[in-house]
Ligand binder design. Structure first.
Ligand code: TXD
Length: 307
């Protein structure tokens, strides 16, 4: 089993390292346009194998031959945000990059599952779906696991409990219009609203919505990568091990949640076939309205894409 990671920048390199350390497959191939960089990073990773004790081979390339026959291809290639930039500012440049990357990936791995990471995420997943011609179960985006992880991590700090006991759900597009669902958050099965006052929950929801921007403004250059790469590795694990995990991912909607023809974050079942099912949870009027606002935002971005 082989996983290719296209784009060996911050998210790509950490994703590759996490997949190798967890030994999720036999081989990880890193691809980037910068000469020598993916080769150097993957060699450095391989040299950590004797210490970390993994046998997953890591290699790097500036071409796509080495990616042939990948079970999963993670696409992180493109530009990242700088302070003052929104995810949407990346749209035009990243559309061109993703179109080119996806064409090359598909040529060598016609049966691969695509996990999109590049921003603006929901739009890049759409570009990948159209350019690949793949069925929608094999093209998905990573965002919801990251957004949910941020929500859970802030709740753990506030409640002073283990992150392991916190379950949560974030729906919607990957942006400031995302829709965290406190009603569906639990701490060891106890509904969150029973444990935390509404104003505290609201503040954490707001911090979650702006979680990506918080990191961008602290880093000054580039955006988050430790939590994003952990989220991608969780998706890779769910698929390769056919775990049937229920995780929030960007999925192509065809009527679910009353939405059509766009990618949005929703709970899905992830297994060997990719997205095996989209789960529809009941939403109240306020949550529905927030999801519609998020969908509007994604639609307006989609209207700017020309393929
Ligand atoms: O939740 C999420 N989905 C996200 C998305 C979380 C974090 C980062 N998110 C987005 O992922 C971010 O806004 C960017 O659009 C991507 C990648 O972020 P990263 O932080 O890894 O960016 P880097 O470090 O700039 O890396 C991008 C790499 C860099 O090495 C380029 O040389 C390479 O992409 N690149 C290419 N590789 C292959 N082919 C082409 N055409 C190409 N163009 C650039």
């Amino acid at each position: 089993m082989k996983v290719s990671v296209i784009g060996a920048g911050h998210v790509g390199e950490n994703t590759a390292q996490r997949i190798a350390e967890k030994q999720l497959c036999n081989e990880v191939v890193l691809v980037d346009i910068v000469e020598g960089m993916p080769q150097g990073k993957s060699l450095d990773m391989w040299e950590s194998a004797p210490v970390e004790g993994f046998d997953t081979r890591t290699s790097g390339s500036n071409g796509y031959e080495e990616t042939a026959g990948s079970s999963i291809t993670v696409i992180t290639a493109g530009l990242a945000r700088k302070p003052g930039m929104s995810r949407d500012d990346l749209l035009a440049k990243n559309t061109d990059i993703i179109s080119d990357v996806v064409k090359n990936v598909v040529k060598h791995s016609p049966d691969t599952i695509l996990i999109m990471v590049t921003n603006p995420l929901d739009v890049m997943a759409y570009v990948a779906l159209k350019v690949s011609g793949f069925p929608s179960n094999r093209v998905m985006g990573m965002a919801g696991i990251l957004d949910t992880a941020r929500f859970r991590s802030f709740l753990a700090l506030e409640l002073d409990v283990s992150v392991r006991d916190i379950q949560a759900m974030v729906l919607g597009g990957h942006g400031d219009t995302m829709v965290p669902l406190p009603r569906y958050a639990t701490v060891a099965g106890i509904p969150l609203p029973d444990l935390l006052a509404k104003d505290k929950i609201d503040a954490i929801v707001e911090r979650t919505r702006k979680g990506g921007g918080e990191i961008v403004s602290l880093l000054k250059e580039g955006s988050a990568y430790y939590a994003p790469s952990a989220a991608v590795a969780e998706m890779v694990d769910a698929i390769l091990k056919d775990r049937k995990r229920i995780l929030p991912c960007a999925a192509w909607l065809a009527g679910e949640y009353g939405l059509n023809d766009l990618y949005m974050g929703v709970p899905v079942k992830l297994g060997m076939k990719g997205i095996e099912e989209i789960l529809e949870v009941e939403l109240n009027a306020e949550e529905k309205a927030a999801l519609e606002t998020s969908a509007e935002h994604v639609r307006s971005n989609l209207s700017k894409v020309s393929l």
